[in-house]
Ligand binder design. Structure first.
Ligand code: PLP
Length: 393
């Protein structure tokens, strides 16, 4: 099948078990696919836009209701949809950070958090993770003291990943937020790998902002995401426009400058809304996801020489492994070199491994059935056996 102009229909998720770390939680639901078809036209959600003319106030389709539900679901006071988690970081950084201000990130932060700080003119101050690749409240306190000495003031903002993209480790955001608040530092919880995957409660975390990614973790089309805030912080980040034209005297009502007025239109927003009931349900069953991850982990660890670099037992399905002592040992003598590994898995219907990677790589078992997890587990062991690697009994 072609979509015209030489564009092949993509069939990855139809034909393969997809373990690509960034794709597993974003796969669309059937309802999202229907929404994309129905609302593909650009400003389609604007058919029934009435005063006060802002995206999150539209009631047909039920966009206003959706915004309220998302805020309540995250246990925050207000929410806006954003074109990606990164635009959430950007809106918050732009609100609080001035040129030369220190901003707390972590040594495991995503590049988009750095860019948000850079664009606002801030200085990146990384809280180092400990030897287990975990960012702790203790290390946060030490870093803040360091920053105070160096800059003569407190950091103006902290961006903290609840689960980081490198190891898929869980970090004590609640403990970190408590420390940060002792220094009046507002805290943004980066839930790119958690919102839509497992239950996230902003008030229990004690954070000022929760950011999620629609296309990474909420079964939504790209670019989509959410920025939720406490009532106090919503006043800052979701402030309304004050500008006035000097010739026409025009003003722009309740449009919000950090959001450039309106954000997600058409298919992205309605796709996100269509998946939302499914997403709300699935976060309640994260234990099943961990059980499936365990099946695959046990199989990988049964292959002699394989190491897990993520915290163990796992608290998230995104996992980093080191197969330098197993799969990599045959790469040198294989006619396909390191490509044998991803290629053998592809042949077994598994997609999402970086071609050529045999040393350190990541996979994500999120969203698979138990049967698929067993299939994947068996596939790893089969590839090991086919290449003469010893299996522990
Ligand atoms: C993927 C990711 C992001 C970026 O999310 P977008 O929605 O694509 O902007 C930010 N932070 C972390 C930790 C991520 O894994």
């Amino acid at each position: 099948m072609k979509c015209g102009s030489g564009i092949e229909a993509r069939q990855v998720n139809e034909l393969f078990i997809n373990i690509d770390p960034i794709q597993a939680g974003g796969r669309l639901t059937g309802d999202a696919i229907k929404a994309i078809i129905a609302y593909g036209d650009g400003y389609s959600v604007c058919d029934n836009c009435r005063k006060p003319n802002r995206l999150d106030c539209i009631s047909k389709p039920p966009i206003a209701e959706f915004h309220k539900e998302v805020a309540a679901w995250l246990n925050m006071d207000a929410a806006r949809m954003m074109p990606g988690a990164r635009r959430g970081f950007q809106a918050v950084a732009h609100t609080y950070v001035n040129k030369g201000d220190p901003v707390l990130l972590t040594s495991l932060s995503h590049y988009t958090e750095f860019l948000a700080v850079e664009e606002a003119g801030g200085v990146a101050c990384e809280i180092p993770a400990d030897g287990r690749h975990i960012v702790t409240p203790e290390l946060t306190a030490i870093k803040i003291e360091e920053v105070r000495k160096k800059f003569g003031k407190n950091p103006v903002l902290a961006l903290i990943d609840q689960v980081d993209y490198q190891y898929g480790n869980r970090h004590d955001v609640a403990g970190i937020a408590k420390v940060a608040h002792q220094y009046d530092v507002p805290v943004l919880c980066n839930g790119a790998y958690t919102v839509g995957i497992l239950p996230v409660d902003g008030k229990a975390l004690g954070v000022d902002f929760v950011v999620g990614s629609g296309h990474k973790s909420m079964a939504a089309p790209a670019p989509s995401g959410v920025l939720a805030a406490t009532a106090e912080r919503a006043k800052d980040v979701f402030r309304t426009t004050a500008i006035e034209g000097d010739v026409t005297g025009r003003k722009f009502g309740i449009k919000e400058p950090e959001l450039m007025g309106c954000t997600l239109m058409g298919a992205t927003l309605v796709g996100m809304m269509a998946s939302f009931p499914h997403v709300k349900e699935r976060v309640k069953h994260f234990d099943r996801e961990l059980a499936n991850n365990r099946i695959v982990m046990d199989a990988l660890l049964s292959i002699e020489g394989t190491k897990i670099l993520s915290e163990y037992p796992r608290k998230h399905t995104l996992t980093r492994v080191d197969t330098t002592g197993s799969f990599d040992t045959v790469a040198g003598s294989h006619k396909k070199k390191g490509f044998y590994f991803s290629s053998a898995l592809n042949d077994k219907g598994i997609f999402g491994l970086i071609p050529g990677a045999t040393r350190i790589w990541k996979f994500n078992t999120y969203g698979m059935t138990e049967k698929q997890a067993r299939y994947l587990a068996d596939a790893f062991v089969a590839v090991a056996r086919e290449n003469g690697l010893p299996i522990k009994s």
